[in-house]
Design a binder for this molecule. Structure first.
Ligand SMILES: [Zn+2]
Length: 405
């Protein structure tokens, strides 16, 4: 690993004007340092500093969709190594409303999490509404999935809602395209995304309370991805995200996109791969130089009795677990694996006990945090390539056939 002892902040990026330098001096509570790089890959070891604490990168953020990581208490998130939590602007905007969250002290206080937080712009959820959505060059109109009310989101509004919510890191509104998608439509989405990025920066203004990240779009088209990155890379964003991946394109295409994009991303800024994903995808994306990840998989799968382990995923409702006195994962040191057997957890699911989904969600988050911890350790030791190979050779991606369904 190449150790770098030079602290890196916003002012390090070429092209940042004198106002950027001044702003850097004023905003000592935010920062991003690259502590080292893996010589055999593009992976970086970093430290993201926010007013609510430090995040060691590469890092995984559990998703607290509506201001709660379903079934898991904040102190449990912390106990298994979580340093940063993501919440969804769309859901919180609809219910209880950003003004309620603001009046109750902001997102962190509202949900009892005192660490760093990130909110998305709400765009991804809006675009997921499908036929309820109309997009134009200035924003997106949609109907609430809760009461059918007509609503409008544009770049400035997405920023102001996130300012009310009060997370440390907020995201620009972007247009997400599905996969597959016609290239002309993806190109139009890139144009809008770049336009909205500029408008988001204007709306964010000189605010030092939050860091605003830009988002790269462009589907699986490498030239569109590059054109988008070139434009938003010139803008004064504190970090850059890659959106619109893990939407069905498969790992091969995702890695091709990252491979083409990574050299164009400002080196000294944090990089966030949105919504990815499966453990093996995250490992590959760490190798490809990404720093931040989020995904609902650990909790959504956990609620369905699907547990990630260092021997591959297992289904805890399976008959073969009925008399198992083993922990979910013999290599996991989380509270669930220390105290409960597979047989007991299976029983909880079969008997419809809410403790079942809670325990497997917590274990799965512990697994993801352990995965990222091992990745960071491997970068620090200069052995990421070997560890990645070990992981792919030894940890199955799918439930073993003899596990049954
Ligand atoms: Zn565990």
């Amino acid at each position: 690993m190449a150790l770098i002892d030079r602290p890196v902040g916003r002012s390090d990026n070429a092209g940042l004007g004198s106002s950027g330098l001044l702003r850097m001096a004023e905003s000592s509570s935010f920062g991003f340092e690259i502590l080292g790089r893996d010589d055999s890959s593009r992976a970086r070891l970093g430290r993201l500093t926010t007013p609510h604490g430090v995040v060691d990168t590469p890092a995984f953020m559990p998703v607290g969709t509506a201001g709660a990581v379903k079934g898991v208490l904040p102190e449990q998130l912390r106990e298994v190594g979580t340093q940063m939590v993501l919440a969804n602007t769309y859901h919180l905007h609809l219910r209880p409303g950003a003004e309620v969250v603001e009046q109750l002290g902001g997102l962190g206080k509202f949900m009892g999490w005192d660490g760093p937080m990130l909110t998305d712009s709400g765009g991804y959820q809006v675009f997921s509404l499908g036929e309820l959505v109309e997009v134009d060059d200035d924003g997106v109109s949609f109907r609430s999935h809760i009461d059918g009310a007509r609503l409008r989101l544009d770049a400035a509004r997405a920023v102001s809602i996130q300012q009310q919510l009060g997370a440390d890191i907020i995201m620009v509104l972007d247009e997400c395209t599905p996969y597959p998608c016609d290239k002309a439509l993806v190109a139009r989405a890139v144009r809008r995304t770049v336009r909205w990025a500029r408008q988001s920066l204007e709306a964010h203004g000189e605010s030092e309370r939050q860091w605003l990240f830009g988002i790269n779009q462009g589907g699986v088209y490498r030239d569109l991805r590059a054109a988008c990155m070139e434009q938003i890379g010139q803008m004064d964003f504190a970090g850059f995200a890659v959106g619109g991946l893990s939407v069905g394109e498969g790992r091969g295409q995702m890695l091709e996109v990252l491979d083409g994009l990574e050299p164009l991303m400002p080196v000294e800024r944090p990089r966030y791969l949105m919504g990815v994903g499966k453990p093996h995808d995250i490992v590959e994306a760490v190798v490809a130089g990404m720093d931040l990840f989020d995904c609902v998989m650990p909790t959504r799968n956990g609620r369905n009795a699907y547990a990630f382990t260092w021997s591959g995923p297992i289904r805890l409702r399976n008959e073969r677990q009925r008399l198992s006195d083993q922990p979910i994962d013999g290599l996991c040191e989380c509270m669930v694996c220390r105290r409960f057997s597979r047989g007991y957890v299976r029983h909880l699911f079969m008997a419809g006990q809410m403790l079942g989904p809670m325990l497997v969600s917590l274990h799965n988050i512990a697994y993801y945090q352990g995965l990222l911890s091992r990745a960071r350790q491997s970068i620090a030791e200069g052995s990421l390539r070997q560890w990645r190979q070990w992981f792919f050779d030894n940890v199955p991606e799918e439930v073993n056939a003899d596990e049954g369904v």
